[in-house]
Design a protein. Structure first.
Length: 680
């Protein structure tokens, strides 16, 4: 037997459908940034022929009352309003629609008056019946205006003044004996506008759900990350560095143009089953182990490795980072070494094996005895959640506002939604980056749950077709409403196949792609700019002599370093709004499969940039690019100049099809700024 739906108030006649922007029917928030001008749209209509009005009701985290903005009719019952996002935090909105009886009356009154007045200026030919219809309509309008006047009386601000004006208008309609004059008075535009300020929305329909927009600060949209191991900042490969030793490297990172300094875990490292060099099962004396094996007798996730320094040393380091206009990002890895204080204090946080010992991490046949994973199915899950959240709050209280989260896809989804929301309630400006190299639907779910940014499959895309397909997916449809990609050519875990040739051009190409395809990207350095490219074994992605397991001595002043090139590209990013957003990516056609052509334009500054990238690091590649001119703000046949921001060279182009050539001995890509001939 079918269920009979509940009967709503039958006087609520307006229907509201297809609200945008929204994610999963409003289940998850849309992501935006302070200062954005957001279009909110919906289909709004009712039965019959009455006039409909609708508005957006919205409130930010600190608003005590709902604000409202009227929606405009686009076409075919589609409506739109715009709101400017003025503060970070959670913004909620609803849409409300109602039948506007006053506007319906005015529309019909206009038709009635037109019917009794001849278009050619000759004497009118109205019938007594038509005049009577006008008289009755005038009296009907007076009642509607009276109702608006009463609503004005209880409104704040100018309501009392408007009440008197509307009351006088209604009285005039009732006491005007000349029907035609009464009809003209009824159509007074100025007085109608006053009445419309007090709509009769008693039987308004509201969307059942409140829709949410997570409003982040600008760094959520535009960030350039530089990862380095602070313990390797010493004077030699055998000396464990401190935070104070690292401060000399900050000037170098700032000169490269990055704005986020990301540190792998800075906590004490476990002793039991410590990994040796190259991930050896047995460590030798002096081996420093993996910083992701967190915890020792010195403490756990809220402690600092004693050789790096103290909490005070860390805070001094953070302030030094900020003095260069950068921010610190810390790694959050929810796992523990066998010596972690949690193992002793909260054994219930870990899964036990049949023999009573704690289950270590493994990915059969691989075993990670130096790490205990957290058991999110523990009976003490509430206590566990609070303990994990408090780790983030501990560092947030010490000024950290960016966190890169290790392997979030191996932890419970409900935890992330709760934890991120709870932390952002206290610190709305916090940013979370999900290191989730996993299945697409899992990556997207984490983004919906609250992660600000996410790692992507960029690292494994190697051809023109792969890039076009993948970034079309990331920048069209629903995905960009909730998913902000952060592109990494390399990480301490991943030496990508594209870099293993050691070709200078390959490194430069991957850097340009990462820096121009997304508003957020990062590199693991100095391995990247020094072009580390030797894998631990053929076909693998692990670095030989990986810094994850040993100290490294990096010569950041090496003559063949890509540091100058990195600084130049970051300089372009920092100057050009088109590269500071994920908005406006568009692929253009080329007749050469080794050449990828795409443009970007910023949401706030529509000036586009045009990129052409060669995937061949050995040979000259040339061909014709066929531009989608309207995407670039150009007209067919128009002459314009393209200036290569990488080399300074300029070329004169005309129309949509033009010739490009890239030589591996010079530069693997163009970053063109377009200058129409009309601009000087």
């Amino acid at each position: 037997m079918s269920r009979i739906p509940a009967v709503p108030d039958g006087r609520q006649r307006v229907v509201i459908e297809h609200v945008a922007p929204e994610v999963d029917c409003g289940r998850f928030p849309v992501k935006a940034v302070v200062g954005d001008l957001i279009d909110i749209e919906a289909d709004v209509f009712c039965d019959g022929h009455d006039v409909v009005r609708c508005r957006v009701l919205y409130r930010g985290a600190r608003d005590k009352h709902w604000r409202e903005v009227e929606m405009s009719d686009l076409t075919n019952d589609r409506w739109r309003a715009q709101i400017r996002l003025g503060e970070i935090g959670d913004l909620r909105f609803m849409i409300e629609g109602w039948v506007d009886h006053l506007a319906t009356w005015r529309r019909d009154m206009t038709k009635r008056m037109a019917a009794i007045e001849a278009d050619d200026g000759s004497e009118s030919t109205e019938t007594p019946s038509q005049l009577e219809d006008v008289r009755i309509a005038v009296l009907t309008g007076a009642d509607l205006i009276d109702a608006a006047a009463k609503r004005a009386l209880v409104a704040r601000g100018a309501g009392r003044v408007d009440f008197r004006r509307l009351e006088k208008w209604a009285a005039g309609l009732r006491h005007q004996p000349a029907i035609r004059a009464a009809g003209h008075l009824a159509l007074n535009k100025e007085l109608f506008a006053v009445a419309e300020r007090y709509p009769g929305s008693k039987f308004a329909t509201r969307t059942e759900n409140e829709f949410h927009i997570t409003v982040d600060r600008e760094r959520a949209r535009f960030s350039s990350w530089y990862e380095f191991f602070p313990r390797s900042c010493g004077s030699g490969s055998t000396q464990h560095a401190s935070f104070r030793d690292c401060e000399h490297q900050l000037e170098y990172v700032a000169a490269l143009g990055f704005n986020v300094v990301y540190l792998p875990p800075i906590h004490p490292v476990g002793e039991s089953f410590r990994k040796g060099k190259n991930n050896a099962v047995n460590a030798e004396p002096g081996d420093v182990g993996s910083p992701w094996a967190i915890g020792s007798a010195e403490g756990g996730h809220t402690a600092v490795h004693s050789q790096l320094g103290t909490l005070e040393d860390f805070e001094s380091f953070r302030k030094r980072v900020e003095s260069f206009g950068m921010e610190v990002a810390l790694d959050i890895a929810y796992q523990a070494s066998p010596e972690h204080p949690w193992v002793r204090q909260h054994p219930e946080f870990f899964r036990k094996r049949p023999d009573g010992s704690i289950q270590y991490a493994e990915n059969p046949p691989k075993k990670y005895q130096d790490i205990y994973p957290i058991d999110f199915e523990t009976i003490e899950w509430r206590k566990l959640w609070r303990e994990l959240r408090d780790v983030v709050l501990f560092w947030a209280e010490r000024g950290v506002r960016i966190f890169r989260v290790d392997n979030p896809h191996t932890k419970a989804f409900p935890f992330w939604e709760w934890m991120i929301a709870d932390v952002k309630h206290a610190y709305p400006d916090v940013i979370f980056l999900a290191e989730a190299f996993t299945r697409p639907k899992v990556m997207y779910r984490l983004a919906k749950l609250g992660f600000t940014q996410s790692y992507t499959y960029f690292t494994w895309r190697n051809s023109k077709a792969e890039f076009e397909q993948y970034f079309t997916e990331l920048t069209t449809g629903e995905v960009p409403l909730f998913f902000r990609p952060n592109l990494w050519p390399n990480t301490p875990d991943i030496l990508a196949e594209s870099l293993q040739t050691g070709s200078r051009n390959a490194f430069m190409r991957q850097f340009i792609l990462a820096a121009t395809l997304s508003g957020n990207f990062g590199i693991y350095g100095p391995a990247f700019e020094l072009m580390e490219h030797t894998p631990a074994k053929p076909g693998g992605e692990e670095y030989l002599n990986s810094e994850k397991y040993e100290l490294k001595a990096w010569n950041i002043e090496a003559k063949d370093s890509l540091a100058g090139f990195v600084a130049a590209v970051n300089g372009i990013r920092n100057r050009e709004p088109a590269l500071q957003d994920n908005f406006g990516l568009h692929f253009h056609t080329t007749n050469n499969d080794e050449l990828l052509c795409y443009s970007k334009r910023g949401r706030r500054d529509g000036t586009p940039l045009l990129m052409v990238v060669s995937f061949d690091h050995l040979n000259i590649q040339a061909g014709a690019v066929s531009l989608d001119l309207p995407q670039l703000g150009l007209q067919d046949g128009e002459e314009f100049t393209v200036e290569d921001l990488l080399t300074g060279a300029s070329y004169r182009w005309r129309g949509g099809t033009n010739y490009v050539e890239l030589r591996p001995s010079e530069m693997p890509a163009h970053i063109f700024k377009i200058k129409p001939a009309t601009l000087k």
